[in-house]
Design a protein around this ligand. Structure first.
Ligand code: NDP
Length: 499
């Protein structure tokens, strides 16, 4: 078990223009440890004046040292940062777990994996090339430059705080932009530790700015400030919609990574010893607090009873407890309001007639009574019309939905406003190829679930958002293309005719 030592600093600071600072108002807010249910850190509560300062610092850095640095030097800085994150991975993982209550094993995996993003995109920094175009006008030389956008506002959620920030910061910085990052108010402590490493790596002042505070207070300003060129957002769809609307006023570029209601589909020909743990890991591994949660288990009717029984038996054994204990398999919910929301959805499912097969309440164990827990919960015979099958719960609640054949599986899986991810469990090669073709989802896993990499694109179909993170093309989301025309001939063109 890892101890819960107090933080070295009594009051934390945010990073604006290379300066570690309190909010201009002097206000702080408490960050809570979801396992103890108690506050454990004091974080600056930034206001609009702080947001403005951060954006202005980012704009100045973009015009200054960052713009003139060679792409190779920029890439090397990202790689140096990656090394520092690797050195501090354990410390960062513990901060993440204390802030959001997710399993230490999961946060360790993420913090050890994050450096790969900075190395990958750092490596791409000096491979951003334009094109020479064989233009159809004699004597004219035409080429393109791919240039950064300017100031990027990165707004991130609490469920995988540093990983999801990395998906934005690494390509944005590699492309030569400067960044103002607002982490979730529920997970700012690890963000502050991460930002310190940018400073230590030697990033010029103002290239990375961290503004901590409430989205309801500063979010709008961070999106609408005239100097912001792009907003990269991950969060819930209601907030995403609002960000998109605000950004439209200033015609800002936007990428949105939003919620999901992903189908994890088990066919009768699946290898059950892999499929059942696959369903469990799809929903319970992160206490259901992941956008790609496989919250709808679609199970072929001929194996429905067998799968439901095995699933319940397997999930029943999950060890619920302290997320800092490496033996724990299900940790608390990150916030108390989110826990209430999950319990409300459980009530809704019952009232709509879903049959509860497991869980459905907070655990009885007095040893974890102070934490914000909900038991792994499974509902059987869920109809696709029920709210539990349509709305994102973002908690450890699985709906099992029966289907007859491939056609019906596709129809149910695609009957969602979301399209973030899907899983398919089958030993039939043809089906393993056919299903991904027809599923409306940005990621499809066959005989596996919940894998992501810096090498492969990630993003949503439909209302799960737009734009892609990860993979080589993610850097394009942070670049714009300029066409340069040079007249290399001697002729004097006619002034009143377009060339
Ligand atoms: P929210 O939408 O509540 O918050 C996301 C971020 O937006 C937070 O930093 C929040 O700040 C900020 N915010 C809130 N209001 C505004 C505003 N008016 N303007 C600008 N920013 C604002 O999401 P959660 O943090 O609750 O995260 C969970 C959600 O994220 C789930 O729906 C999940 O599916 C989605 N998600 C999507 C992923 C994907 O890649 N598609 C990955 C992971 C999660 P504050 O915390 O201060 O409110």
């Amino acid at each position: 078990m890892i101890a819960r030592p107090p933080l070295a600093e009594e009051k934390l600071e945010m990073l604006i223009g290379g300066r570690w600072t309190a909010a201009a108002s002097g206000d702080y807010f408490e960050s809570f440890d979801p396992f103890t249910g108690k506050p454990w850190a004091l974080v600056p509560r930034a206001g609009v004046a702080d947001a403005d300062q951060a954006i202005e610092a980012a704009a100045e850095a973009f015009r200054g040292a960052w713009r003139t640095m060679t792409a190779t030097a920029r890439g090397q800085l990202l790689c140096r940062f990656a090394d520092l994150v690797a050195e501090e991975a354990e410390t960062l993982a513990v901060l993440e777990t204390r802030d959001n209550g997710k399993l230490i094993n999961e946060m360790r995996m993420q913090c050890r994996y994050i450096p790969q993003w900075f190395r990958f995109f750092g490596g791409l920094a000096d491979k951003i090339e334009g094109r020479v175009i064989p233009i159809d006008k004699p004597g004219v030389f035409n080429y393109t430059r791919r240039e950064p956008l300017g100031v990027v506002t990165a707004i991130t959620p609490w469920n995988s705080p540093l990983m999801l920030a990395t998906w934005k910061l690494a390509p944005a910085l590699a492309a030569g932009n400067t960044v103002v990052w607002k982490p979730s108010e529920f997970s700012s402590v690890s963000a502050i530790a991460f930002a310190k490493l940018f400073e230590k790596a030697g990033f010029p002042k103002g290239v990375v700015n961290l503004v901590t505070g409430f989205g309801s207070e500063i979010g709008d300003r961070l999106v609408t400030h005239p100097a912001v060129a792009k907003v990269a957002f991950t969060g819930g769809d209601a907030t995403g919609r609002r960000v998109y609307q605000s950004a439209a006023g200033g015609l800002k570029k936007v990428t949105l990574e939003l919620g999901g209601k992903s189908a994890n589909i088990v066919f009768a020909d699946a290898k059950m010893e892999a499929a059942v743990p696959g369903l469990v890991s799809g929903i319970f591994a992160a206490t259901g607090q992941t956008c790609i949660a496989g919250s709808r288990a679609l199970v072929q009717r001929s194996v429905y009873d067998e799968v439901a029984e095995k699933l319940v038996a397997f999930a029943r054994t999950a060890r619920i407890g302290d997320p800092l204990d490496p033996e724990t398999q299900v940790g608390p919910i990150t916030t108390e309001p989110q826990r209430r929301k999950v319990l409300d959805y459980i009530d809704i499912a019952r009232s709509e007639g879903a049959s509860q097969l497991l869980g459905g309440k907070a655990p009885d164990d007095p040893a974890i009574a102070s934490g914000w827990f909900v038991e792994p919960t499974i509902f059987g015979n869920v109809a696709q019309s029920m709210r539990i099958a349509r709305e994102e719960v973002f908690g450890p609640v699985l709906s099992i939905i029966p289907f007859e054949d491939e056609e019906e599986a596709i129809a149910i899986a695609n009957d969602s406003i979301y399209g973030l991810a899907a899983g398919v469990w089958t030993q039939d090669l043809g089906r393993a190829i056919r299903m991904p073709e027809r599923l409306e989802a940005g990621s499809v896993w066959v005989n596996m679930y919940r894998a992501t990499s810096y090498l492969s694109p990630f993003g949503g179909y439909k209302q799960s958002g737009f734009g892609r993170e990860n993979g080589r093309t993610a850097i394009d989301e942070y670049l714009q293309e300029k066409s340069v025309w040079i007249d290399a001939g001697n002729s004097i063109p006619a002034p009143f005719v377009q060339r």
